[in-house]
Design a protein around this ligand. Structure first.
Ligand code: SAM
Length: 292
């Protein structure tokens, strides 16, 4: 087996060979600890029949581990300067394809159809660029891609918000948006010392396992998310206040909002952070008749 890319010595040698300088604006913090990488991959439960999609391969540290644990790995990298480096570092692996594109602009569904036609088990595994973690995760979930789930490294603070339970300070519209589509768990806290350069924030790995059906059945998904966002607009405000100021024409429709709260058995004086997904589902269905 080839020497791992993710050791401090080999990483430094690769960076020096190519005169590579990190771009902070692209969230470039590379992993230099093979044990951490192997653990990340183990959380994805891949087999030699699985496919892996990586976002931001960097110099290939995680890509290499994915190539060894999957049938095929496809990685999206935005930074053109990394392409010749990846060609070099990943040359021992014939089951890897690197696509030069911004993952937020890429047609991921089309890539999956083209690259993974013979693979039914598909996972996204990534050490995400921290400046765009939430848009990337939401894109992957909202596009209803045929993936089993996502295992990714991100800022610990965002991981806490994603996996938060009702009644906690971290619970908010992001927790609901992600938990609507997936079961979310934080599986590992990662120290800053395993990256070059070291990020300014603490990191964590989360595992999102796609639900067969969304956590709640609602009449209108977009309206459900509109209601949850409005409910958390100002955390210290009551649900009634947030809904009257956050929903279209909410102030004129205060009576209707009160009726919907009553019909769903939710006290108007409660705060958004105390409502479960089921309660938000009931409430948004009751409100829907008045706002559609
Ligand atoms: N996977 C490598 C590792 O773990 O060492 C690098 C991870 S680094 C945190 C994030 C990577 O994402 C960088 O290679 C960066 O160039 C790339 N990147 C940043 N924004 C991107 C985007 N919008 N689409 C695809 N890749 C992106």
């Amino acid at each position: 087996m080839d020497k791992d890319i993710a050791t401090p010595v080999r990483t430094r040698a690769i960076l020096e060979k190519y005169g590579f300088s990190f771009k902070k604006s692209l969230g470039q913090n590379f992993l230099i600890d093979t044990n951490i990488l192997k653990k990340i991959v183990s959380f994805a439960d891949l087999t030699d029949e699985s496919g892996a999609i990586e976002i931001g391969p960097g110099i290939g540290a995680l890509t290499e581990q994915l190539a060894r644990s999957s049938k095929k790995t496809v990685a999206f990298e935005i930074d053109q300067r990394l392409l010749p480096i990846l060609e070099d570092t990943l040359s021992p692996y014939s089951n890897v394809k690197v696509i030069h594109n911004d993952v937020l602009k890429a047609d991921v569904a089309e890539v999956i159809a083209a690259e993974f036609a013979d693979i039914s088990d598909l996972m996204v595994v990534a050490n995400l660029p921290y400046y765009v973690t939430t848009p990337i995760i939401m894109k992957l979930l909202e596009e209803h891609l045929p993936i089993r789930g996502i295992v990714c490294m991100l800022q610990k603070e965002v991981a806490d918000r994603i996996s938060a339970k009702p009644g906690t300070k971290d619970y908010g519209s992001l927790s609901i948006a992600v938990q609507y589509y997936t079961e979310a768990e934080t599986v590992m806290i990662v120290p800053k010392t395993v990256f070059v350069p070291q990020p300014n924030v603490d990191s964590a790995v989360i595992r999102l396992t796609r639900r067969e059906n969304p956590a709640v059945q609602v009449k209108d998904e977009n309206f459900f998310f509109q209601v949850t966002k409005a409910s958390f607009a100002q955390r210290r405000k009551t649900l009634l206040n947030n809904l009257t100021s956050g929903l279209p024409d909410g102030k004129q429709k205060k009576e209707e909002i009160l009726a919907a709260l009553a019909a769903s058995g939710i006290e108007p004086s409660r705060r958004g952070e105390t409502l479960s997904l089921e309660e938000f589902g009931r409430l948004s269905d009751e409100l829907y008749a008045y706002f559609q």
